[in-house]
Design a binder for this molecule. Structure first.
Ligand code: DGI
Ligand code: FE
Ligand code: FE
Length: 412
């Protein structure tokens, strides 16, 4: 049922666009891509992970950068399967017609094929600028199981009556669904054979698709593996040092040593993540930055880290989430855990800035004195460099000074 292009010249390449959330990419996707490439003698299939708008987000929302990375791992063994970050980089909602237009500019002299899953295929006619899509690409699908081939061919026939070129593959591929994969991962069920090589390892190493219910074993050990995968050597070492230091401070000041250690491990989890990816994650979870945060990229990792450990790693502890969220700026009314992580970030064993000995000495005497010193140090530094000071930083500084003044007055 494939209408050949009459205009297709000898030198023309044949490329299929295969869009999807790929959350996560599974063997069914790869088989489909290979099947299409084979059936249509394609030169390549481009996997295009889509940007997922926040209102479409259900229980799972895997950062776009991770969905992209998994696609790249899955495609790696296959010369004909490539991966594009065009829609993810573009952000917002992408229309297929725009993606096809941009691809046509990138790859001129190409006969385009647009692959969609069976369900999407049957909604084609209502897609934005369907006529333009149909003019640009052959519309392709693969039956989901043995029963829907007929339905797809009938729908394809109606599209062809409107001038579209269509192709319905004649055999179903193995049915795998991403939601099934997510559920299995979330409940620690085996996912044997459902994922392309390397994807499961990536998922486990990066802490994706876990749920609070499915958590077993030594969480700190898992968190160490996750930050190892997400951070460079320097930042990983720093995080281990902050965790140890936070635990020490918790012991010294009567805090929860275990929570302090975990919060220390996770506090900089997003520090080495590309700023655009960080913005995407904030966007995914509909988090708005305030005026200073918008301008100062260095503040983002605390907000992104907090939402990531909350919504994706499911640390399941609001105190730890807040300790990560406020570890850079501080805030008025900080909890003991928040103060411990804030201070540990200054006094950890890896730090070697000029005042580190003084601040370590203070950290054995008073958490508040240490906070005041650290904040004054940061504020001085920001003033010297002509940087904006976050209102939360001023708020906690003032709170400490005012408390000291009030304390002083009551003794007079
Ligand atoms: O992530 P770390 O390097 O371990 O430490 P951090 O999370 O405290 O980040 C420190 C950086 O953030 C440092 O370069 C100073 C900057 N920073 C902290 N508070 C403010 C700030 N930058 C601005 N502009 N305003 C702040 O209030
Ligand atoms: Fe930090
Ligand atoms: Fe840090």
């Amino acid at each position: 049922m494939h209408d050949d292009f009459t205009e297709r010249g000898m030198g023309m390449k044949k490329i299929a666009l295969f869009g999807g959330t790929f959350d996560p990419i599974h063997r069914g996707h790869i088989e489909t891509a290979l099947r299409l490439a084979d059936a249509l003698a394609l030169d390549s299939v481009i996997l295009m992970p889509t940007h997922v708008p926040p209102h479409k987000v259900k229980e799972s929302l895997t950062p776009a950068a991770d969905r992209l990375a998994m696609c790249r791992i899955a495609a790696e063994p296959y010369a004909k399967i490539t991966v594009s970050d065009m829609e993810i980089t573009r952000g917002g909602a992408s229309f297929t017609v725009d993606t096809l237009t941009e691809l046509s500019e990138q790859y001129p002299d190409t006969a385009w094929y647009l692959f969609t899953g069976a369900d999407m295929f049957c909604t084609m006619r209502s897609w934005y600028r369907f006529a333009d899509i149909a003019a640009m690409a052959t519309l392709c699908t693969v039956p989901r199981d043995g029963t829907d081939g007929q339905r797809l061919r009938e729908y394809a026939a109606t599209l062809q009556q409107q001038g579209a070129r269509c192709f319905v593959a004649d055999a179903a591929v193995t049915t795998v669904s991403s939601s099934d994969v997510r559920e299995r991962l979330a409940s620690n069920e085996p996912i044997d054979g459902l994922l392309p090589d390397g994807v499961e390892d990536y998922i486990r190493a990066h802490g994706l698709y876990s749920t609070a219910a499915a958590q077993t074993g030594d969480r700190d050990e898992q968190f160490r593996a996750i930050i190892r995968a997400r951070l460079g050597d320097y930042r990983y070492h720093h995080s281990l040092c902050v965790a140890d230091e936070a635990k020490r401070l918790a012991k010294r000041y009567g805090g929860d040593e275990k929570k302090a250690y975990t919060a220390g491990l996770l506090h900089d989890i997003m520090k080495d993540t590309d700023p655009n990816t960080q913005l995407q994650i904030l966007d995914d979870f509909a988090i708005l930055l305030d005026g200073v945060e918008r301008q100062v990229k260095k503040l983002w990792h605390a907000r992104v880290g907090a939402v990531f450990i909350d919504k994706i790693l499911h640390v399941g502890d609001a105190e730890i989430v807040n300790a990560v969220r406020y570890h850079t700026t501080g805030r008025a009314g900080m909890s003991l855990l928040e103060k411990i992580v804030f201070v540990a970030d200054f006094t950890s064993a890896d730090r070697n800035y000029p005042d580190v000995d003084e601040i370590r000495r203070l950290s054995d005497i008073s958490l508040e004195e240490t906070m005041e010193y650290a904040l004054a140090y940061t504020i001085h530094d920001l003033l010297n460099r002509g940087q904006a000071i976050h209102p939360d930083t001023l708020a906690v500084y003032n709170e400490l000074i005012l408390a000291k003044m009030a304390g002083g007055q009551t003794h007079e």
